[in-house]
Design a protein around this ligand. Structure first.
Ligand SMILES: Nc1ncnc2c1ncn2[C@@H]1O[C@H](COP(=O)(O)OP(=O)(O)OP(=O)(O)O)[C@@H](O)[C@H]1O
Ligand SMILES: [Mg+2]
Length: 283
């Protein structure tokens, strides 16, 4: 997979076959819900239907967006879902249960961008994490300590001083230790400032604002009052607080409203909960 797109269907088929072995189920004659990202390429969806209907001989196949399922899973039918995952960030407006596909915004700035940038910042400090197992260490550091700073002046200070209050100590598998310093704040900034990695992709804030602006005026208020935040990267410290602050600072008349944010309790099962509701419907 790359940026939520399937790059190698043969590998994916191996994974699906393994799932069927592990769960001891046969896809034949079953109804299957497959999740994907809004705006994934249509040929990919065609290939998915082909594999599940022709090769696995399923009875019915539904390809549904994780975002819409997340919204149904929390019992809502109206809202703007912001999903910040590993390879993509996307926002999907849902009105009366229907996904407003024209309102989707998508960016390749997400968790992987933060991990890659943290790997680069650590390298500048003389800590080389190059192999794939070392990359997992960088990911672990990110998941434990990455934080979005709320005050710009503090961020500038961290850059200059390099260390921050209460720098945590990270213990490597070989027992050696080192302090995680300003980089735990600096790496997180990529989400709101993709220029840091010379990317022209939209930021998390851009995705939210663009989606709202693509919708008609009557729907905007309803969406701004129901922003559902999900995806692993949204677990980062201060994610929602920082988004809220950035929106307040925009002073854009289209978006100057009381935003209300809801964080999904368990992002790993949020789409599953929605899929369960759909699967239980009779029609
Ligand atoms: N506490 C945390 N702080 C920061 N990042 C985190 C935290 N927990 C998980 N992540 C990051 O969340 C990402 C995984 O999120 P998720 O499972 O939603 O992605 P995905 O659905 O596999 O990917 P995508 O939706 O982009 O295809 C990884 O980059 C992971 O490092
Ligand atoms: Mg995802």
């Amino acid at each position: 997979m790359e940026n939520s797109k399937i790059i190698n269907f043969d590998y994916m088929k191996d994974i699906w076959n393994r799932i069927s072995d592990m769960l001891d189920i046969d896809f034949k004659n079953m109804s299957v819900i497959i999740t994907d990202c809004p705006h994934n390429p249509i040929p990919q969806r065609r290939e998915l239907y082909k594999i599940f209907l022709n090769e696995f001989e399923c009875n019915e196949v539904l390809i549904a967006s994780t975002s819409a399922l997340t919204l149904y899973g929390v019992g809502l039918t109206n809202g703007l879902v912001l999903d910040c995952g590993e390879g993509t960030t996307h926002t999907l407006p849902v009105i009366e249960g229907f996904s407003a596909v024209h309102g989707v915004s998508r960016s390749n700035i997400a968790g992987k961008s933060v991990t890659d940038y943290l790997q680069y910042l650590l390298r500048l400090k003389g800590h080389d994490f190059n192999s794939s197992s070392e990359y997992e260490i960088v990911r672990d550091i990110k998941e434990r300590y990455s934080t979005l700073e709320m005050e710009q002046y503090k961020l500038d200070q961290f850059k200059l001083l390099e260390n921050t209050p209460n720098d945590p100590v990270y213990v490597l598998p070989d027992g050696s230790q080192f302090e995680i310093r300003a980089e735990r704040f600096l790496c997180s900034e990529v989400l709101f400032n993709p220029q840091l990695i010379n990317s022209e992709q939209p930021s998390v804030l851009d995705c939210v604002v663009k989606s709202i602006n693509k919708m008609d005026i009557q729907s905007r208020k309803r969406l701004m009052e129901n922003v559902i935040i999900t995806g692993g990267t949204s677990q980062m410290n201060n994610f929602t607080q920082r988004l809220s602050l950035e929106l307040k600072n925009l002073k854009d008349k289209n978006t100057s409203h009381n935003w209300k944010f809801y964080n999904t309790r368990d992002y790993k099962s949020s789409a599953w909960n929605g899929a369960k509701i759909i699967a239980e419907l009779n029609t």
